[in-house]
Design a protein around this ligand. Structure first.
Ligand SMILES: Cc1cc2nc3c(=O)[nH]c(=O)nc-3n(C[C@H](O)[C@H](O)[C@H](O)COP(=O)(O)OP(=O)(O)OC[C@H]3O[C@@H](n4cnc5c(N)ncnc54)[C@H](O)[C@@H]3O)c2cc1C
Length: 549
């Protein structure tokens, strides 16, 4: 028996652990976060938050605070320190039709964590426990978590919960305690990251004098600087001529380059900013081994999210974003699993937790492939080849299709799941198959797993404001079915772009805004089945099929 009333313990109060806790609370599940650090982590680390991540936070009521604290941008345009002109411009404003947050937010990870911590610590459904987890043991119907520390003289204790989320970072104790294996060829990405403060106020508001993204074109290897808050900059330098370095095991990798002195770092900073007064605030030599856990669900009751599940090159700024998007998927999946566990419905528990794992494992592979390519382009392009590479980039960005594709890809909006990733998506697509005309079934099949854009509705509101990150139904150009028990049903006049839905389709939208099931002309029973298999919840109330207007 579960000897405590804790539904979920989240091990690790980094950005992903805190996002998971807020997501669980949004779905009505209280949880306990265990974290040894008393302060948010230092340094800028993940300083890029992409639009897709902001959308996840929007559902949990945090986006406005994040936007107010950071520097939101609709374009990314690195400017050459040699010529003072943009090298190329990626414009996200074309995505505004489909998103309230089309662009990117520059905000240091320490600020993000501080803000999340305020939200988590003041949330009535989240309990914050100071301590370090040293072991996790799965029992028949609970998980035992051994916690050390939490202050001098505080004895070690064992806590129990129905489920445990390992959000305890790269050296995850949760993962290792369950025998979780890392998979994939290790790729070492070695980058010097330095935060500097400009002391003469430069870069505070005069963007003509000092644009927010700078690139030193003639530096051997990459040397760039990005402003993440007024007067605060991150410098990025690739420290080896060609990275990533590939090897078959981490032990085979060549030794890391030794750390640089503050004087050496200041020389580097002056190469970017010229003779301005500045000081080095923080530095980190990132040596990441791009790998992922073989399975994101370990046993019956433990799941991994964030860096404990995957390590990715910082190139392209995807790591934390990917982790927070894990949290978005995990929060509703785990909330459904907790409810099913209490009801003794083991099949739904498996569908939800295996679904989370399968879907996010595949996304981790996609993100890793992209980060590997980004690393090669950013860090390994020799200086003599750069003018040609930049000219090619400018040429490609002048093509509308490519510019839009790149903006969607960078902001992680093109990530989707496929029916091969999880049984819950297979169920959602099977329900569509055979439920109507042959061609209708085919389109429904292609829709499942895709993300729904946040389109503007005829009443001027965005779609996400109507569906509120809960299980919802949208019907395309037909009246929504009469659903009960809190299921939001929304009629859209046109199929949202990129969803493959068509007039007359009815789709079940999951809380993470992916299509869980797509149906043509569903009967009430079929729609009820779709809500259960895609959303993991039972709706005992009446359901009626949509009217076909
Ligand atoms: C120099 C650098 C630059 C980066 N740049 C970017 C970027 O530009 N964009 C991007 O998206 N990502 C970037 N990343 C990656 C990003 O920082 C991580 O992906 C992100 O921090 C992952 O969050 P997390 O919550 O999964 O793990 P972490 O941030 O590692 O948090 C894990 C938490 O678990 C706690 N913990 C650990 N062990 C235990 C235990 N046994 N018991 C309890 N708690 C425990 C830790 O104290 C910590 O608070 C960068 C990383 C580095 C190092």
């Amino acid at each position: 028996m579960v000897d405590s009333n804790i539904d979920v313990i989240v091990v690790g109060g980094g950005p992903v652990g805190m996002a998971t806790a807020l997501g669980l609370a949004h779905h009505g599940v209280s949880c306990t976060v265990i974290e040894p650090q008393t302060q948010a982590s230092e340094g800028s680390k993940a300083f890029v938050m992409w639009g897709r991540t902001l959308e996840a936070f929007e559902a949990w009521g945090l986006t406005d605070a994040l936007l107010a604290r950071g520097d939101p941008r609709d374009t990314v345009a690195p400017v050459s320190t040699e010529t003072g002109r943009p090298i190329f411009t990626v414009d996200f404003s074309g995505l505004a039709e489909h998103s309230a947050m089309p662009g990117v937010l520059f905000l240091s990870q320490s600020s993000t964590e501080a803000l999340l911590r305020e939200a988590v610590e003041s949330h009535p459904d989240v309990t914050w426990v100071h301590g370090e987890v040293v072991d996790v043991v799965q029992e028949a119907d609970a998980v035992a978590v051994e916690v050390h520390g939490g202050g001098e003289g505080v004895p070690a204790k064992t806590m129990h919960a129905r489920y445990v989320v390992g959000a305890d970072g790269a050296r995850s104790v949760v993962r290792s305690s369950q025998g979780g294996q890392l998979t994939g060829k290790p790729i070492r990405v070695e980058v010097l990251v330095v935060d500097v403060a400009l002391e003469d106020g430069a870069g505070l508001d005069d963007e003509a004098a000092l644009p927010p993204i700078l690139l030193v074109r003639k530096h051997p290897g990459l040397l760039a600087a990005l402003r993440f808050s007024p007067g605060r900059w991150r410098i990025l330098e690739s420290r080896t001529p060609i990275v990533p370095v590939c090897a078959t095991a981490a032990d085979d990798l060549p030794p890391a380059t030794p750390d640089r002195t503050v004087e050496e770092l200041e020389v580097l900073a002056h190469e970017v900013f010229g003779p301005r007064a500045l000081s080095v605030v923080w530095q980190s030599q990132t040596t990441l081994y791009q790998q992922r856990a073989q399975h994101f669900r370990l046993g019956q009751r433990v799941v991994l999210a964030g860096d404990s599940a995957h390590l990715v090159s910082p190139s392209g700024g995807q790591g934390m974003n990917q982790g927070i998007q894990d949290a978005e998927n995990l929060a509703w999946s785990l909330a459904a699993a907790v409810a099913a566990d209490k009801a003794g419905d083991a099949a739904t528990v498996d569908a939800m937790l295996d679904g989370y794992a399968g879907e996010r494992e595949r996304v981790a592979d996609v993100v890793a492939r992209r980060a590997r390519l980004n690393s090669r382009l950013e860090f390994a392009t020799p200086p003599w080849l750069r003018p040609m590479a930049f000219a090619a980039m400018r040429g490609a960005l002048s093509i509308t299709w490519f510019a839009r594709h790149l903006a969607r890809r960078l902001s992680m909006r093109d990530l989707r799941y496929t029916v091969r990733d999880s049984a819950r998506l297979q169920a959602g697509s099977r329900l569509g198959r055979g439920s109507g005309l042959w061609f209708g079934a085919r389109f429904s099949l292609g829709a499942v797993g895709r993300s729904v854009p946040n389109v503007v509705q005829p009443d001027g509101r965005r779609l996400f404001a109507a569906i509120e990150a809960r299980v919802a139904v949208i019907s395309v150009a037909c009246d929504p079915p009469a659903v009960s028990d809190g299921v939001v049903a929304v009629r859209v006049e046109r199929a949202p772009r990129g969803t493959r839905l068509r007039k007359g389709d009815v789709a079940v939208i999951r809380p993470d805004r992916h299509i869980g099931a797509a149906l043509r002309r569903p009967t009430a029973t079929r729609l009820r089945d779709a809500l259960a298999s895609a959303g993991g919840v039972q709706f005992p109330g009446p359901l009626a099929p949509p009217d076909r207007n």
